[in-house]
Design a protein around this ligand. Structure first.
Ligand code: PLP
Length: 396
């Protein structure tokens, strides 16, 4: 009755956290604060409310899988601006497709690109370890074997592509890269992205780069995979990038993102989504287009996250291997035993954080590179984050 692959799913990280904390109470008299979920809490842009009202009659019409020309044009325009791409480099009609939140889009893409066999064996879906959990679920349901590449301090918080043999690259059907990375906050250099594009092409794999935190960064805007393609030969072959309004515009509830890249993969992905994907409703398409055309919210949120990271640096100092994430809004703190620390923070301070192990997986040597860590999401106003971090350092 049940797809046997279901049994191979790891426990969902936030269910695991609930199971860990449920038997324990936070201390009396302290308001619990969650730093566990990366759920931005800045108010969503006013443009959403306005557009939803203006376009309300469109709730009565089925949307198309490829959205509207307005949406595709806005997304393509943003890609050109953000990554200095030439006008002709991004064709909104061939290179861009909306997705209803990138989590679903990132997972579903595995159904498109993972064959039953590749390179003489069971195909590999390669991902950083630890990583955003959607990639794990995607690999399991595509029937692939997961290949984990450590993304640790030693590797610059990005996977080391040279760790994989040519034989493994031949078996690789899908390579997930995440930059800026969740949870570690590392960013992929142009050299890494270029290397990944070339390897994906050489071994006929799909390189899927999750760039959802592309607008949340410190000193420099992180390079993007399409930028790497443009610098190489202008061809997006084998490459897809995912972008989201959840972090950029602090609008995770709208479930709005897009995928861009290889026109052949985009055409086939559109067909797949025609059969099994959700479409973005018209009012959300119009509101999203407005947001992709306006960079002021992204600037505002980026600045606000940097201030929270400054505050964290002030409070935490050099403890727990603190470093400023190059991108994103998570702290990745080395506390020795992440699960034990998460439980202590809950019981003694009413603070929820995610044990790093829940975003990692145990490798063939029996190591989970997330074991020693907790992930701390800086997603509240300054006062709340300050109060929360003061409690964290008191307990740890
Ligand atoms: C790395 C990464 N990718 C993708 C997503 C999914 O974002 P959304 O589905 O809201 O677009 C998240 C959300 O937390 C994330 O952290």
């Amino acid at each position: 009755m049940l797809n046997p692959r279901y049994a191979d799913l790891p426990v969902y990280p936030f269910d695991r956290l609930r199971q860990l904390l449920a038997p324990h109470d936070p201390p009396d008299g302290l308001e619990p604060i969650s730093l566990a979920v990366g759920d931005p809490t800045f108010p969503p842009p006013e443009a959403i409310r306005q557009t939803m009202t203006e376009k309300a009659e469109l709730w009565g019409r089925y949307p198309a899988t490829d959205g509207t020309a307005d949406f595709r044009d806005a997304a393509a325009g943003w890609l050109r601006r953000r990554y200095n791409l030439a006008d002709e480099a991004v064709d909104p009609e061939r290179h861009v497709l909306p997705v209803v939140g990138t989590r679903e889009g990132l997972s579903l893409v595995a159904n498109l690109v993972v064959p039953p066999e590749k390179g003489g064996g069971r195909p590999l879906v390669v991902m950083p370890n630890p990583c955003f959990h959607a990639y794990m679920g995607a690999a399991v349901f595509a029937g692939a074997k997961q290949r984990l590449l450590p993304a640790t301090r030693e590797t610059g918080f990005m996977p080391d592509l040279g760790q994989m043999s040519d034989a493994d690259w031949d078996r690789c059907a899908l390579f997930y890269l995440c930059s800026p990375g969740n949870p570690q906050g590392g960013i992929a250099s142009m050299a890494l992205l270029t290397d990944a594009v070339l390897r994906a092409r050489r071994h006929d794999a799909a390189l899927v780069v999750d760039e959802c935190y592309a607008e949340i960064y410190g000193r420099r805007p992180p390079a993007g995979a399409l930028e790497a393609c443009a610098a190489l030969d202008g061809d997006f072959r084998n490459v897809l990038v995912f972008h989201s309004l959840s972090k950029r515009s602090s609008a995770p509830g709208m479930r709005s993102g897009f995928v861009a890249g290889d026109p052949d993969l985009i055409a086939r992905y559109r067909m797949l989504r025609n059969f099994i994907g959700a479409q973005m409703p018209h009012p959300a398409l119009y509101a999203s287009a407005r947001l992709w055309r306006d960079d002021s919210d992204a600037f505002h949120h980026r600045t606000a996250y940097q201030k929270l990271i400054n505050l964290a640096e002030e409070i935490i100092g050099e403890r727990y291997g603190f470093y400023r994430p190059a991108g994103g809004f998570f702290l990745w703190l080395d506390v020795g035993d992440g699960e034990k620390a998460a439980l202590a923070l809950w019981e003694k301070a009413g603070i929820r954080v995610l044990p790093g192990a829940y975003l990692g997986q145990t490798d063939t040597h029996g190591n989970n590179p997330g074991d020693r860590f907790i992930r701390v999401a800086l997603v509240h106003d300054k006062e709340t984050i300050e109060a929360a971090l003061r409690r964290v350092v008191k307990v740890l």
